[in-house]
Design a protein. Sequence first.
Length: 195
Amino acid sequence: MSRSGRAASTLVLLAGFCLAPRPSWAAEDTPSFFTYGFEGFWTGAEIGLAAGYLSTGDDYDSEEWRKLAFGAGVGALVGVGVGVALGAVDVGSGPPDAGRVILRDTGYGVGLGALVGTAVGALFLIDDGRTKNLVTGAALGALAGAGVGLVFGVFEGATASAEPARDEAGAGPLRFALLGSEASLWPLPGVEGTF
């Protein structure tokens, strides 16, 4: 198989992992540890596959599929452990479940990062004609997206609440939020709550 054929098949494999269906979170149910484990499995496998691809050489050799398999396998196992641990954190806590939000946002970050990274890799492909740029961009984007998604998930899980608590005077808690305005195209940081 030619170098460009191998790069294209690796891109398809990476895209398949990033776009694979995940178990849906049922809003009316309390998800089981298995749901958290499945979500962690897929997210971890995607992150591991991206890291495994980045450990391959400049030219994709025939034996380097082992690095991809090792990365995806280790990532999946670590992801299951993290998913189940986040499920344990959510046991007994009221909605919204912070672990669920963290897993969801990290998974979304991986998928969106891989797509954006592929687009950036396509721009480099135009410049020097190396198809490896597509897959490298997807892998770098998936890893960057995982980090950004994790940060947003932790922040969102920590600040979100289903029912804001109120004191005797009817005042609720204050929280940081991104607020929109008709005068601005960009959301602005602000504080919201009831006084």
